[in-house]
Every structure is written in C-alpha cells, then in structure tokens.
Design a protein around this ligand. Structure first.
Ligand SMILES: C[S@@+](CC[C@H](N)C(=O)[O-])C[C@H]1O[C@@H](n2cnc3c(N)ncnc32)[C@H](O)[C@@H]1O
Length: 334
C-alpha cells in the first residue's frame, strides 16, 4: 500500500520578480499554552502579524541590503585578487585569522544574481508545528509559558526553539557567568541557567517588579534560583554596575532582549564585559518582519535597523543573524 503523503505548500514571497526569504511569515510571538497543542499557535499565525500599532502585516518584504550593495561584487573581486598576491598572503599569515576575515567580508548583495538556494524554506504553519514537535522544553518552562500566556506582554517571551538554542550556546561555551538584559517572567533565564553547570551565575536584569515576581517563583521551581542573581532596575545601570564589579572580559555570554532603542548601548557595554571568544546574543533583530518593510519608520524599527547595520559592519565580532523566532543575532567577540 502506498504511504499517505501530505503536501506542504511552500509559499515564498516575491518582490521585484525575485524570491525572498520568507521568514517573517512567522506571526506573533508564541503565547500558546502547550507545545503539543500547536493549534493555538497556528491560529495566531493565520491571523497574520499583529503590529504594535494594531495594523496587520501579512508577510515581509525584504529590504535591499544596506550600504553600498551594488559595488560589492566588484569590491569582492578586487579583494580576492589582492588576497592572492604574495605580499598580502605573507601579511595575512602573520595576522590572526579573525582579523583577516574582518578585512575581507562585506554585507551580502541581496540584489545580485545567485548562487542562492532558489527555494528558501517558507516557515508554513505545518513546518512550524513540526519544528515545535521536535523542540525540547523543560516541564517548568512549559508551565511558565502557560502562566505567562495570560499576562500582558506575553508575546515578549522568547519562543521555545529560541530557548533551546540559547541553552545550546551556554553549553557550547561552558558558560559560567552570563548576563541577561531583559528577563520578563524568566523563560530565557531559566533555559540558560538549566544549561549551566553547578556554581555558574546568571545576572538577570529587569525593571519590572511584577514580571520578576513571576520569574522568582519559576527560578525556584526549576531549581536554578541559586544560580540566578537578580538585578532590579534600569538595565543600562545594572550592566555598568557589573562592569565595575567584575571588570572587562569577565563574562562568557550576554543576552540582549530589552528596550530596542538602547540595543547599541547594551551591545557596547556587553562587548567590554564579555571575554574574547564569548558571545553576545541579541533578540528581535527581525522585529516581526518590520525591519524589512521600508514603509515602517517608527523609532524602535529604525533603531533595530541601525543596530543590525552597525553589527554587520563591526569587525570586533564574528557575526551571524539567525532567523529563529523573531531573529537572533550571534556575535562572538574577537
Ligand atoms: C522582551 S522582554 C524579555 C523577555 C525574556 N527574555 C523572556 O524570555 O521571557 C523585555 C523585558 O525588558 C524589560 N526592560 C525594558 N527596558 C528595560 C530597561 N531599560 N531596564 C531594565 N529592564 C528593561 C521589560 O521590563 C521586559 O520585562
């Protein structure tokens, strides 16, 4: 007998005749009450993206890449031919690898012809449901997600697949000291703290007493309360305080997930705080797809666009923007 096959409709977005990466098909932040019961997630997604000003986004249009895109291929050719000259090769071999990479890499020209994967994956409802069914989540995190879904601002919580990726980053780095900028009810802090070994410390910065009250209960339930040090108040001051207390290069990982207009300031402080080889991870870099829509000009969206452009050109880090959840950027301090 033939197996029953299910067709998945992959619906890439098109703009100016070209297929675009359709990740913004993801709708609002997850606020479902159960990872197994993905139906409510899917319902959210069918309703489309609800923007903060109450309008609806049906999908993103990718903004042409920033800066001097049209010149990139020519520049890339020039860099390649320079790199093959014996003088440059000699200089490069005496330089740290990261600095050579920094000198050569530029932003990708989104308008150039390939080679691209000509059918980038559209995160359809079915595929997202599949992804959730293949994502691990601790029982306490699941309970926290249920409780948070009833609260104001529930969509601020990181998605389960982001929590899993944050935990993996903590494990890969064997992070002993972590700072989180923006804790809310505690999902990401617990996901990371559970991945730390005994004796590790996560400094959780937030200015909402109401949200932290929930977080505290779940830190205890998850058994990570001894690993978490709460820093109540303005996170800019808390981060500066940590720099004074522990000094530069003293943290393994920093996670930024608070007020978007201060991202650049958090990033600069965390770049001092985190050790070379450590990571700064930044959430909401795709901002519900709004960063790619040129008609959206509000201050938060503009701030994230400027931040993303800055990091793309920042040679102090090795950098990758990952379209998971609302977009996570990984910046490894060189
Ligand atoms: C997106 S939520 C964080 C979500 C959290 N990472 C999670 O996984 O549930 C942003 C949080 O940042 C906090 N926040 C915003 N601006 C802040 C500031 N200047 N200082 C401290 N906390 C701030 C808010 O109170 C809110 O709880």
């Amino acid at each position: 007998m033939l197996p029953r096959l299910k067709l998945i409709a992959i619906r890439p977005y098109r703009s100016r005749g070209r297929f675009l990466h359709p990740h913004g098909a993801r709708s609002r932040r997850r606020s479902s009450t159960d990872c197994d019961d993905v139906a409510s997630f899917i319902d959210d997604r069918r309703r489309g993206v609800e923007t903060r000003d109450g309008t609806r986004d049906d999908g993103p249009r990718r903004r042409a890449a920033t800066t001097t895109m049209s010149t990139v291929p020519a520049r890339a050719r020039a860099v390649a031919s320079r790199a093959s000259s014996p003088r440059v090769a000699r200089r490069a071999s005496s330089r740290p690898r990261a600095r050579v990479a920094a000198a050569r890499a530029t932003a990708v020209d989104a308008d150039a012809t390939g080679p691209w994967n000509t059918a980038p994956l559209a995160l359809t409802d079915d595929i997202y449901a599949y992804l959730l069914r293949n994502t691990r989540e601790d029982a306490v995190l699941r309970a926290l997600r249920e409780e948070t879904s009833e609260l104001r601002g529930a969509r601020m919580q990181v998605a389960p697949e982001q929590g899993a990726l944050l935990a993996l980053a903590v494990e890969l780095l064997d992070a002993r000291r972590v700072v989180e900028i923006g804790t809310y009810t505690g999902y990401s802090s617990i996901a990371m703290a559970l991945a730390m070994r005994e004796g590790g410390r996560l400094y959780a910065c937030d200015r909402s007493e109401e949200a932290l009250a929930v977080a505290r209960r779940y830190w205890t339930l998850a058994g990570v309360d001894e690993r978490i040090v709460e820093k109540f108040g303005d996170a800019k001051e808390s981060a500066r305080g940590l720099l004074e207390e522990f000094g530069e290069n003293s943290f393994d990982l920093g996670f930024i997930d608070a007020d978007k207009r201060a991202y650049r300031e958090y990033y600069e402080t965390l770049l001092r705080l985190v050790r070379p080889g450590g990571l700064i991870i930044v959430d909401n870099v795709l901002w519900y797809g709004k960063v790619a829509d040129e008609t959206v000009m509000d201050k938060q969206t503009e701030a994230i666009r400027e931040f993303n452009e800055f990091v793309t050109n920042d040679a102090r880090v090795t950098y990758s923007m990952v379209p998971v959840g609302d977009g996570l950027s990984f910046c490894r301090k060189r």
